[in-house]
Each structure stands twice: as structure tokens, then as C-alpha cells.
Design a protein around this ligand. Structure first.
Ligand code: SF4
Length: 227
């Protein structure tokens, strides 16, 4: 089973609040670039520089949350040319001075205890279908992350019998709809007590999450994209 948080070419960061930032994916990319450039330009041997970075980037970030109850972490950055990740990660940060700190994620809102130990509900359950990762190779890092973090989607698909082997049209449509309607996925949404038991019921569940006032039409579109 592949790791959905970080692969050779894709990464997620949904649990760090990536999709709770208002705006288009281009604006999201610009925000991550700016976090990265500003953080990499700091001398982080001085704790005050990291603390001030957090204060300043939070002031620019937090007023633009979709949901007030979900934090958006300004330490989300680009850890290479295309993958997002944690600028404070003790091994994964691209900052050359990160090794000066034994526990750099303690500069963040959640702290190292949560940042290092949190395991995405979808990943923890190891429920991804193989075609999901094949689809992910052809899409943007953001579309991949939108769906990778949706544990209800993957748990339901894994339990449904007799689905086509290739659901790429369905994944693409769902990612489009999540992007267009600003659906926030974090990977820690409540676990539903009972999962949709048919593909039609799953489409209905997803459609209500996307836009309850147009759920019937959206569910039909999603169902039609199955094969
Ligand atoms: S500090 Fe924690 S919440 Fe922030 S980007 Fe790193 S892992 Fe995510």
C-alpha cells in the first residue's frame, strides 16, 4: 500500500489545513510558495525569527479560512519542486538549518506531539484502491490531496462489490466538484457511523457534502461517471 501523505511525485497536507484556505488552486500555490520563500530566507538559529514568521504568516492566513474551526498552518511549504510538506519537519524540511533544533515542530500551533504522530484516517485504514494511485499520477498535487484525504470516500469504495476496475472518470469529476465548490477535506472529519452501502448511496452522500441544494443532479452526474 502506498503512503498517501507523500509519494515520489505527490503529497497531501490536507490535515495541515491546505483546503481550508479560501481561493483558487493558483492562489493556494502562491501562498505555499510565499511560505516557503520567506521561511527559507530566515536565519532559524534564532527562535525569534521562527516565532515572528509564524505570527506574520498567521496574520495573513487565518482571516482567509473557509471554516473558523479548522486551523491553516503557515508552515505548509514546498519541500521540493512540486510536493507540499512541512517546513518544520525534522527530516523533511528543505531549510538547511533545521537540524539545529531537536523538536522544530514545537514552533507550530499543534506541536510535535500531534504533527508527528497524527495518522490520516484514510491512510490508517489502508483502504485505497490501486486505480486511485494510477489516477493520481496524472492530476495536480491539489486534486490528489483533495481525494486522498477523504476517508469516507475510500472506505466506502473499498467495501463496495462489483465496481469497475478503473474509476478515473469518477475521481476526476469528484475532484473538479470539490475544487469548484470549495469543499474542505482535512482527513479528520467525523467518521460516519454507517457507510453508504451502494454506489448510488455514496454518490448521494458526496453530492450532499458538495452542495445540498443541488444534491439530486450532482449525485446523478457522479453516478454517470462510474464507468
Ligand atoms: S507544523 Fe504540523 S500542521 Fe504545520 S505543516 Fe508541519 S505537520 Fe502540518
Amino acid at each position: 500500500m502506498q503512503n498517501p501523505c507523500m509519494g515520489a511525485t505527490q503529497s497531501c497536507s490536507a490535515c495541515c489545513g491546505l483546503f481550508n484556505l479560501k481561493g483558487s488552486d493558483d492562489e493556494r500555490r502562491d501562498w505555499i510558495r510565499r511560505n516557503t520563500e520567506e521561511f527559507l530566507s530566515l536565519d532559524i538559529s534564532l527562535a525569534a525569527n521562527i516565532v515572528n514568521f509564524r505570527k506574520e504568516r498567521e496574520a495573513a492566513t487565518l482571516p482567509h479560512r473557509v471554516r473558523e474551526d479548522i486551523y491553516v498552518c503557515p508552515f505548509v511549504g514546498f519541500v521540493d519542486s512540486q510536493r507540499t510538506g512541512c517546513l518544520l519537519h525534522p527530516q523533511g524540511s528543505p531549510h538547511p538549518q533545521i537540524g539545529l533544533w531537536a523538536h522544530p515542530q514545537n514552533f507550530s500551533f499543534y506541536g510535535e506531539g500531534i504533527c508527528l504522530s497524527y495518522d490520516c484516517l484514510a491512510k490508517e485504514r489502508r483502504v485505497y484502491r490501486a486505480d486511485f494511485f494510477l489516477w493520481a499520477e496524472k492530476v495536480s498535487v491539489f486534486d490528489y490531496a483533495r481525494l486522498a484525504s477523504d476517508h469516507t470516500l475510500h472506505r466506502a469504495l473499498a467495501a463496495l462489490p462489483d465496481l469497475p476496475r478503473d474509476l478515473s472518470r469518477f475521481y476526476s469529476l469528484l475532484a473538479d466538484l470539490y475544487r469548484q465548490r470549495g469543499v474542505v477535506t482535512t482527513s479528520f472529519e467525523d467518521v460516519e457511523k454507517s457507510l453508504p452501502e451502494t454506489f448510488a448511496a455514496l454518490c448521494d452522500f458526496l453530492a450532499r457534502r458538495i452542495d445540498a441544494s443541488h444534491a439530486e443532479k450532482l449525485a446523478e452526474k457522479l453516478a454517470a461517471a462510474m464507468g
